[in-house]
Design a protein around this ligand. Structure first.
Ligand SMILES: Cc1cc2nc3c(=O)[nH]c(=O)nc-3n(C[C@H](O)[C@H](O)[C@H](O)COP(=O)(O)OP(=O)(O)OC[C@H]3O[C@@H](n4cnc5c(N)ncnc54)[C@H](O)[C@@H]3O)c2cc1C
Length: 487
């Protein structure tokens, strides 16, 4: 088969379609796009397209469709599961130039934005109206709303407010053949299949989102934030379970263990106690009287669960310091370890203490350190597996990271809470889903993208990625019944 890189007819067409200023082919500049936040996997693409409008995105996709060239959408490249990893001989379509906030509508409580707008910029634009966009990944200053839609991103405040999928009303998307269509609608409930729901969290495998209508919320009237220290990690885990079991839904419950606290202390002015085993950040928001009553209740629960010290943010500046430490924690770990993997699994909340205990034991067996900083209220763990590439620890760390994700499934949880499956955990998908489940998901994918050009090699296990032999073909029950056809 002719290599796409050699058969450059498609490249000439792409250059003619977008103009040479909007296509990168220089090998040095292409390397900027060789990976996302999962830097262990790197592939240099054949070219990068930088469209400026939906029409240009569609035109670039049509060139790819015409020549069978795989393409990968890219926002800010902060993804942590290798979702935006390029395909060799394929192109990256960067959405960075589609960054207009088209409209903020304070009457209908929504905003219409292009995919390259950062998450934080939506809240900044909404602020003059007393509104904000609720899902707030720790990367919110840089990650794009297009990437958030693709990953169904979460963040600290998703415990109370829900994930991206709960905050998107409508999306304009470019399908794999270059067709432009709209999913969802401006009203809350739409008849028919929830194709918008299917698109959100599909990790760029169903098409490219080029315009998004997001819901905006009124800023809460009152906010209280505290940090509770615990002498044991298990005590902090049990406190999370007890708070939620008491019927309280805080805006956020985040946990940092001692190693994460040390990392934060090494990199920024920190309000966390250096020698505590674990810290819980608990934030409540809402009407002042309700918040005051529940905040008092949460403090009593923490003390009853063994909290050794509670620090309440005295003012917005102190609250900002608490969040600055928590949100900078991933980056801060770079101060105490040359390399690390960020894992992203979920367990039922009641098993938090157990899973943290088992992760500690697994880390000891592997001879590696694991720092934990995560969305405890959602049971959404982020174990950071620390290793040194130069000391040859990469493979051991990668194995431990996968084993932790699979432990979450064993405990009744999930392989990913918010960062997606991407390249990183595609091999682990059969641990969570049966062959029929995966075949059904592939059918949906094929309905959107029959030729598999749109972000191929992600989410689903392939023999190439996993060193597995493909299983024997068995017809799906619907196929056997003559209801559907295999594409
Ligand atoms: C320090 C740090 C903290 C983080 N904290 C959080 C957190 O709290 N919560 C959380 O959920 N995530 C978090 N993340 C992960 C990451 O920021 C999110 O997954 C984010 O949504 C990725 O956005 P992006 O613009 O960088 O997307 P990219 O990394 O560029 O792409 C991510 C995926 O989206 C696809 N994609 C991008 N744009 C489009 C588009 N317009 N149409 C279709 N597909 C598209 C790509 O193909 C890829 O599969 C964190 C990352 C870092 C580095």
């Amino acid at each position: 088969m002719t290599s796409h890189a050699i058969d450059t007819g498609w490249l000439a067409e792409l250059l003619a379609t977008l103009g040479p200023d909007n296509v990168i082919t220089d090998p040095a500049r292409l390397r900027t796009y060789e990976c996302d936040g999962l830097t262990g996997y790197r592939v240099v693409p054949a070219a990068v397209a930088l469209p400026r409008s939906t029409a240009e995105v569609a035109a670039a996709v049509r060139v790819c469709a015409g020549h069978g060239i795989p393409f990968v959408a890219r926002g800010a490249g902060t993804g942590l599961s290798g979702g935006a990893l390029p395909v060799a001989d394929g192109i990256v379509i960067s959405l960075q130039r589609l960054r207009r906030i088209i409209e903020v509508d304070p009457v209908n409580l929504c905003a219409v934005v292009e995919p390259g707008v950062t998450n934080l910029d939506i809240s900044r634009a909404a602020a003059p109206y007393g509104l904000y966009y609720a899902p707030n990944p720790s990367s919110q200053q840089v990650c794009t709303i297009g990437g958030n839609v693709a990953e169904n991103s979460g963040g600290a405040h998703c415990l109370k407010y829900g994930f991206t999928v709960n905050h998107v009303l409508e999306a304009e998307v470019v399908l794999a053949d270059g067709t432009v269509t709209t999913l969802g609608g401006p009203a809350q409930y739409q008849p028919g299949f929830d194709l918008l729901g299917a698109f959100i969290g599909s990790e760029g495998t169903l098409g490219i989102v080029t315009r998004i209508t997001v819901r905006l919320l009124a800023k809460p009237a009152h906010v209280e934030t505290m940090v509770a220290d615990f002498a044991t990690v298990a005590g902090a885990g049990d406190a999370v379970t007890a708070i939620v079991a008491a019927g309280i839904v805080p805006a956020a419950i985040e946990m940092l263990d001692n190693l994460a606290i040390q990392a934060v202390g090494a990199s920024t002015h920190s309000v966390y106690t250096a020698d505590t085993a674990a810290a819980l950040v608990v934030e409540l928001d809402g009407p002042p009287d309700d918040v005051a009553e529940q905040f008092d209740h949460v403090q009593r629960i923490c003390r009853a669960q063994g909290s050794t010290k509670i620090m309440v943010a005295a003012d917005p500046a102190e609250r900002a310091l608490i969040w600055q430490g928590r949100k900078a924690a991933f980056a801060a770990v770079g101060r105490i370890s040359s390399n690390y993997f960020v894992q992203d699994g979920v367990v039922p909340r009641g098993r938090l203490a157990e899973v943290l205990d088992r992760i500690g034991a697994m880390a000891d067996t592997a001879g590696l350190r694991v720092a934990n900083v995560f969305h405890a209220g959602d049971g959404n763990l982020h174990p950071l597996v620390l290793y040194c590439e130069a000391d040859g620890e990469h493979d051991r760390a990668e194995r431990l990271s996968s084993e932790i994700a699979e432990l979450c499934v064993e405990l009744g949880g999930s392989l990913s809470g918010e960062h997606g499956i991407g390249t990183d955990k595609a091999c682990s998908m059969p641990r969570m889903f049966g062959e029929d489940d995966l075949a059904t998901m592939l059918r949906l994918r094929a309905a959107f993208d029959p030729d598999g050009l749109c972000n191929p090699g992600k989410v689903f296990p392939t023999p190439r990625l996993c060193g597995e032999r493909p299983g024997p073909y068995r017809p799906h029950p619907l196929e056997a019944a003559g209801v559907i056809e295999r594409l």
